[in-house]
Ligand binder design. Structure first.
Ligand SMILES: [Zn+2]
Length: 480
């Protein structure tokens, strides 16, 4: 993610995050199996309940424990005029413990029925938590399938003080869908935390004339029937939930391949039609360049989307970065595409280590500037280092705070950390390290400790002092 102006964002958002919990009116509602076995939860079964959070201490209710999702198959119908979603989510998961019940994350929307392995299951709602009690305990290690039929009017999460407006955001002609950090639950039931990655299929039906854009590549051409069009998209590489999108609206498209041969798709709302060709060309050029710097591109296609919604930010949605209501410049395109490696292929296990996404993507902006023959990374580093009064010196970026997650320090001081490392270990070792790091953890998850260990291993240097000074000390590093 990158902000283009937090002031503009704050002035348009008044409703607090707390207010959004009022959407979950269906608390206590139970499943359709009133007379069936599902109305009697298997309370005598030996399994235990899955935890209501995946274990991130800063976001204790995000994600869920007890299972691991492998695949989401989302069948989504949306009517922009009525702002109504009707959907079925089919989730393939594996139990990590004997499970008597488990949670999904879902906010707002009405759940009609839930089946587990084809049998009706009981469920209840409380806040963002959807608790599912299958008819029978799920044994540890066993794959199971959950089918949730649901619908209603999706609403984004509005958090003026910290995270902004995100999730499923209805627009005049469709929807702008950007979910970092935990907004996937505004449009599908999910294990909504980056620690659980899965592959995705999307089947999206919209009125004729509306284009539906999701992650990955389109499977076949859109199908038309009865005044509606169905788009099928497939992301066959693991993806975290906050990168999933179903952005809808009137779009002009440009499709082709990058010079290196990778499929490239750019889309722009007609209001931003003049941005389409630059978005297409730059996205291709930058993706190809990053592939030489960071290692092979991890996904099946690249591109980007400019929508007519003044989000005030861009988000690196997997294969399709989303630019909210502005004509993106090269720096921000370089940033969002660098995230395809740092954040998307290599995702974080805990939000406090967000610098592993944002510090790297910010440093990529500096590398792009250097590559273009403009300001070098060293010059940009010195400019920031000379900013003696910057508040970032008081905010150690190695531990992003949940109440100020996207602080500038996580970005700029995070990027400076990488430059300090590059100064210490030299260009060759530094860039070899980046490629070895993206190769070792491809499609997986990373921690700061793992990155530091790898930097020490590749350089043969003791780097504790450097990382301590740059990532974990609330003052401007004097030496490192
Ligand atoms: Zn970013």
């Amino acid at each position: 993610m990158r902000d283009i102006g937090r002031l503009a964002l704050a002035s348009t958002t008044i409703i607090s995050l707390i207010a959004s919990t009022a959407c979950t009116a269906s608390s206590g509602e139970s499943g359709d199996g009133g007379a069936g076995p599902s109305s009697k939860p298997a309370s005598t079964a030996p399994g235990t309940a899955g935890a209501a959070g995946i274990g991130d201490p800063d976001f204790p209710k995000d994600g869920n424990g007890g299972y691991d999702v492998r695949h989401y198959r989302l069948k989504l119908g949306y009517e922009p005029a009525a702002k109504r979603l009707d959907a079925v989510a089919s989730i393939d998961a594996t139990a990590l413990q004997d499970l008597s019940r488990f949670n999904l994350d879902l906010t707002g929307l009405d759940v009609r029925t839930i089946k587990v392995d084809g049998a009706p299951a009981a469920f209840s709602r409380e806040g963002h938590e959807l608790t599912v009690t299958p008819a029978q305990t799920l044994a540890a290690g066993r794959p199971f399938a959950v089918r949730v039929a649901y619908g209603g009017r999706p609403e984004p999460i509005r958090d003026a003080d910290n995270l902004g407006v995100y999730g499923f955001i209805p627009t005049a002609d469709g929807a702008f869908v950007t979910c970092q950090p935990n907004g996937a639950k505004t449009w599908f039931p999910a294990n909504d935390h980056p620690a659980d990655k899965a592959t995705f299929d999307f089947e999206i039906t919209v009125p004729k004339g509306v284009t539906a854009l999701a992650n990955g590549e389109m499977a076949g051409r859109p199908r038309e029937s009865g005044g509606k069009t169905t788009f099928v998209w497939r992301e066959r590489h693991p993806m975290v939930t906050y990168l999933a999108t179903m952005t809808l609206g009137k779009f002009q498209l440009r499709e082709g391949r990058t010079a290196a041969g990778l499929p490239n798709l750019a889309a722009a709302d007609p209001k931003y039609a003049s941005a389409l060709n630059d978005l297409y060309t730059l996205s291709g050029k930058i993706t190809d360049y990053w592939s030489t710097v960071f290692g092979p591109y991890p996904f099946g296609s690249t591109g980007g989307v400019v929508d007519d919604y003044a989000a005030g930010y861009a988000l690196e949605n997997q294969t399709k970065p989303m630019y909210g209501g502005f004509d993106p410049d090269e720096g921000i395109i370089a940033h969002e595409l660098a995230h395809q490696w740092f954040g998307n292929s290599l995702s974080i296990k805990r939000w406090q280590e967000l610098w592993l996404n944002e510090g790297f993507a910010t440093y990529a902006e500096w590398l792009w500037s250097e590559h273009k023959g403009e300001e070098t990374a060293e010059q940009i580093f010195q400019r920031h280092y000379g900013s003696l009064e910057s508040p970032m010196w008081e905010y150690p970026p190695g531990k992003a705070r949940p109440d100020d997650l996207f602080n500038n320090s996580v970005y700029t001081r995070g990027g400076m950390t990488l430059h300090a490392l590059r100064q210490r270990i030299g260009d060759k070792t530094f860039f070899d390290l980046l490629r070895a790091y993206t190769a070792r953890y491809k499609y997986g998850a990373v921690t700061t400790d793992e990155f530091i260990a790898m930097a020490e291993e590749r350089s043969g240097k003791q780097l504790d002092g450097l990382f301590q000074a740059w990532l974990f000390t609330p003052q401007r590093p004097a030496s490192w």
